[in-house]
Design a protein around this ligand. Structure first.
Ligand SMILES: C[S@@+](CC[C@H](N)C(=O)[O-])C[C@H]1O[C@@H](n2cnc3c(N)ncnc32)[C@H](O)[C@@H]1O
Length: 220
């Protein structure tokens, strides 16, 4: 009898008030982590260092945002409508290529894993192949001077690519060009192969695959 069978039969004899049935799982070992963990870690560190008063988010991971709203006031933008009853959230449903928000109005603009999708129609947004450029201009426009643009996106060491209609994949030059006029505060590159942050030289050279860019930029 193995350890599981032994434990199961003793549990049947002493069920502690629970209805007991079999459903075997084994999730031991190191805690799993993938690129999402690293993106969220980067964003959390930058937000924590800057301590913004208000945050505009565009398309980031919902679970990260919900945690963020335990402390921060967040205006969230997404092209797909969603309901929220979280007190600290103001929901705006719109396309990120044009924001009906005043210039210089947010301390931080956060956008994880979204830029590369904008204007490709995957999420029901209007097709506009310049959508990503228009959206990043809008993010910068609504950011206050000295505010932080924190974003993550796809990157590779190969010519920029569009895997239509899933996403774009940028090269580092294109990302820096999109942020021209801003000052870089921090950046990290995540390699799927390494399972960790890495140097820019270590990111993939595969023309059809991507690693992750994480950047925090200051509006001057
Ligand atoms: C990869 S998902 C990010 C994570 C996702 N929000 C979640 O909760 O897991 C990209 C997000 O960007 C949003 N999005 C895509 N294109 C958009 C656009 N043009 N304007 C605003 N939001 C857009 C999508 O609806 C989607 O929620």
């Amino acid at each position: 009898m193995n350890e599981y069978d032994e434990a199961y039969s003793s549990l049947l004899n002493e069920s502690k008030g629970f209805y007991v049935f079999q459903e075997t799982r084994s999730d031991s070992g190191d805690h799993p982590a993938n690129f999402l963990d690293f993106e969220c870690q980067f964003a959390a560190e930058q937000i924590n260092a800057f301590e913004p008063k208000n945050i505009l988010d565009i398309g980031s991971y919902r679970h990260f945002l919900l945690g963020l709203m335990a402390h921060y006031q967040v205006t969230t933008i997404d092209v797909r409508d969603r309901k929220s009853s979280v007190k600290n959230e103001k929901v705006i449903t719109c396309d990120a290529i044009s924001l009906d928000l005043p210039d210089n109005s947010f301390d931080t603009v956060l956008s994880m894993c979204t830029l590369e999708h904008i204007g490709l129609g995957r999420y029901g947004d209007r097709i506009d192949f310049d959508g990503d450029k228009k959206a990043i201009k809008e993010m910068i426009r609504v950011l206050k001077p000295d505010g932080r643009l924190i974003f993550t996106t796809t990157i590779h060491n190969a010519p920029p690519a569009i895997a239509f209609n899933a996403h774009r994949i940028y090269d580092y030059e294109m990302i820096k060009d999109y942020c021209s006029g801003l000052k870089c505060v921090a950046e990290e590159f995540y390699s799927h192969q390494a399972g960790n942050f890495c140097s820019i030289e270590q990111i993939t050279t595969d023309p059809k695959w991507w690693d992750v860019y994480c950047g925090c930029w200051r509006k001057v």
